[in-house]
Design a protein around this ligand. Structure first.
Ligand SMILES: C[S@@+](CC[C@H](N)C(=O)[O-])C[C@H]1O[C@@H](n2cnc3c(N)ncnc32)[C@H](O)[C@@H]1O
Length: 336
């Protein structure tokens, strides 16, 4: 395995151009790199990195997962120390609305171009900007909306002025031009009919799926699906926007194949890269903060998934099991 030493001169965000190739920026060098499977992290503004990255320019990425800054005035580099002059390492998260929307459209367009036809584009976004993103990708970029999922968590910020936020949108788009990758088998779970109602009809279904199992619904929740906080074993110090492994596990297993190329333009603590690598996908991540990138790299290549497969195949009904057969024991064992 080869690890590329990070040097400032290798920074991906430079965007310098080769003489004689005025329209083709020089390919950035990764700040971190490992092989088998090919795994790379670039430090910089994803707009600049993607503009110069050969895989993005050639449109060969199979899956993009993007969890962008929400423009909620968050400090995205909590490993730094603003009193020590580290403020410039943190992404400015309180842009004027129009600037934020222009930024959003730009990174979306670069990711859309990076995808191959049939490639899948996931975006994790709260209520504020979900509508704008859907309109842009559907009406302007002509992507298909395959699923509009909801990530539901029950540890939202308390407030009295309105209903407590308990969800983020997990938007799943497909680039037109080829069939998409869709693998429901590794993410199947016991249906409520099987786990709550012991309904015998679920044992003889005609949808081609194994008895008692179904594709998960489009609202995602459950024991391993909460926000990563407190003493959660998955938690990485200094990251308060970390997504649960279960979320990325469902995304990566269902919409990519082993060996595929996965891109995350907003790497954060590295959840996407960690899960992608654990399941044999190639991976490219981009992160603005040097410290976040270093932390993510340690996680992706050194620590790995904390609970691979833990959330797969579990029934998450909201009602207790009814009837005589203890239906809830219908949890299958999963091998992936
Ligand atoms: C919401 S967090 C991503 C969290 C990630 N999904 C995880 O599970 O840890 C967004 C990340 O994007 C980074 N970021 C913000 N603007 C960026 C940009 N223009 N280019 C690259 N990274 C950026 C922030 O520093 C932050 O780490």
């Amino acid at each position: 395995m080869t690890r590329v030493a990070r040097t400032r001169s290798s920074r991906a965000s430079g965007g310098s151009r080769r003489a004689g190739a005025p329209n083709r920026p020089e390919a950035p060098r990764p700040d971190y790199q490992d092989r088998d499977p090919d795994t790379r992290v670039y430090v910089g503004d994803c707009r600049r990195v993607l503009d110069a990255l050969p895989e993005a320019r050639d449109g060969v990425v199979d899956l993009v997962f993007a969890d962008p800054p929400f423009n909620w005035n968050r400090d995205y580099d909590r490993l730094g120390d603003t009193d020590a002059g580290d403020a410039d390492r943190t992404w400015t998260d309180d842009l004027p609305r129009e600037d934020y929307l222009a930024f959003t459209r730009r990174w979306i367009d670069l990711c859309a171009a990076a995808l191959r036809p049939g490639g899948t584009f996931w975006i994790n976004i709260p209520d504020d900007t979900a509508a704008e993103i859907v309109v842009h990708l559907k009406s302007v970029r002509r992507f298909d909306l395959a699923n509009w999922c909801i990530w539901h968590y029950r540890f939202g910020q308390n407030r009295r002025s309105g209903f407590i936020g308990s969800k983020v949108h997990a938007l799943c788009f497909v680039k037109p031009g080829a069939p998409r990758t869709w693998n429901p088998e590794p993410i199947l779970e016991p249906s409520d009919r099987a786990s709550v109602y012991a309904d015998p009809r679920t044992q003889s279904k005609r949808d081609g799926l194994p008895p008692g199992l179904r594709v998960p619904m489009d609202v995602w929740y459950g024991p391993w699906w909460g926000r990563v906080q407190g003493n959660n074993r998955e938690r990485r110090t200094g990251h308060d926007n970390q997504l649960p492994e279960a979320y990325l596990e469902r995304v990566i297993l269902s919409t990519s194949n082993a060996g595929d190329l996965v891109l995350d333009p907003f790497l954060g603590s590295g959840t996407t890269g960690t899960v992608a690598r654990a399941y044999g996908r190639r991976f490219i991540g981009v992160e603005f903060s040097e410290r976040n990138a270093a932390s993510a790299w340690e996680r992706i290549t050194g620590i790995g998934m904390i609970a691979k497969g833990r959330a797969l195949g579990r029934a998450n009904p909201i009602f207790p099991a009814r009837g005589k057969g203890n239906a809830r024991s219908a949890v299958r064992s999963v091998s992936t």
